[in-house]
Each structure stands twice: as C-alpha cells, then as structure tokens.
Design a protein. Structure first.
Length: 105
C-alpha cells in the first residue's frame, strides 16, 4: 500500500491501482473488512490499521491485535515498525506500508 502525505493537506493512499484521498478530519481504516479492503485473508484482522490526521500531521495507527505494520519511506531513508496498539507519524512525503498475515505479505 503506497501513501503520499502532504503535511496538513490530504493523504493519498494507493492500493492495487486504486487511489483513495483522505482529507484532514477524516480517517481511513484498512484490513479485511474495513474502509479499504486489502485482502480477504482469514489471518488478516478485520481492521488492522488506520490513517488519521491530528491537526498537524498524518499518523499510522496499528489497531490490530498481533500483526506489526512497517512504514518505509520510498527513498529508503527511514522505516518504522508499528506494533499492535501503537502509532507513528508519517514523516516522509511518500511511503509504503507492509505487513505479513499468515502466509501472505
């Protein structure tokens, strides 16, 4: 899943050729039964993560129970592992979110 953040402006989330635009004040959840359905894999949480804006910057929240998320900058200069119940700011303008759910990644 590709993510493009522009500070206080909108967040653009790309997945399998689809682009979703998230405006500040709105949130976008992802998982197997969320706003953005990533996969129907039974090992994937119904809602694994969420993108949100706190009034100053965009954040990635891991709302799952056991699957860590990895946020990687496109330039390869930074990465963050976001464990269940944790959050991290999205600092790079372009990033990728990855995770492993059962046999799929």
């Amino acid at each position: 899943m590709a993510v493009a953040a522009t500070g206080r402006d909108r967040l653009i989330v790309g997945h399998l050729g689809e682009e979703l635009v998230v405006e500040p004040g709105a949130e976008l959840s992802f998982g197997r039964s969320a706003d953005l359905v990533v996969d129907v894999n039974p090992y994937l949480h119904r809602v694994l993560g969420r993108f949100r804006h706190d009034g100053r910057s965009w954040w990635l929240d891991n709302v799952g129970r056991s699957i860590p998320l990895t946020l990687l900058s496109i330039e390869g200069l930074s990465s963050a592992t976001v464990g269940p119940g944790s959050s991290t700011p999205i600092l790079a303008v372009e990033s990728v979110v990855t995770f492993i759910a059962g046999p799929a990644s």
